[in-house]
Design a protein around this ligand. Sequence first.
Ligand code: PMV
Length: 300
Amino acid sequence: MAFGRGKVILLGEHGVVYGHPALAAGLGVGVHATATASTEDVIVARPWDVEARVGSDQPLALGLGAILEGMPADRPRVRVEVDVDLPGGAGLGCSAAIGVAVTGALDTLLGVERTAEERGDYSLRWERVFHGNPSGVDNAMAAVGGVALFRRGQPLQPVHVKKPLSLVIAHSGESSSTKEIVARVARQREAEPERVDEAFGAIAALVNNAKLAVEAGDLKALGQLFDLNQMLLAGLMLSTEKLEELCRVAREEGALGAKLTGAGAGGCMIALAKDEADAGRIRAELAKRSPLTLVAMAGA
Ligand code: PMV
């Protein structure tokens, strides 16, 4: 069984599309996939009860078709089954996790050898079907995990975590399409290049400082950097009232910082807690206002 993990972007979303760095953490939850030889190329996604045949215009079929195009020509037809344990449209990298798990399952069936990094790169084929202009951060993290600095077109740079990061993730209940939001930011950048690039420059500086804070175990500084990143993202109209409310509640409950994660305009927020016990408490408070919450320990 192959696995693709979910991820959270700790800092740097959107700027990363334009070549700026982002800091991300892999999650323990994600997507499992298996592939078997079959009479037709088909993908079955259990949680949604979807069965899609390559050749149809269903998104999952287009994704599988894109992945199969680069596989050995003498391959058998395949049936791929995926079990998705992540919400979609939540900023947790669900589609990239599926792409990585499907690639891994096919690699196993067809005897293709790839490193985790190579699998992440290869599965960009899948992501492009769903995403338009993916930076590649989701795929790289889905395949490799850990805490890492990502820059478009460059190898993932693992980051040493001195003190584990206790993260609380809470869904706003608002679904958002990464493709649409990335396109919206592109339009904003076309209309006001200086303002948007200035914001991305400032976010990049926060990312570089956050990397240093993670390496030094300075959670307080990291939390402050979360808050500053959230302000800049809100300035790009990527936050919502609900995300702001969740960030506020997390901070009131003692979080060191909080921000949206992923594309924004809905999806999830993340809060940095002092430790795991605090994270549990903050989560309980957020659960009163959020349909889905979880605690993730990064670098533990
Ligand atoms: O919403 P997600 O989990 O797909 O994260 C998207 C992150 C962006 O920086 C907004 C886009 C990208 O391709 O990096």
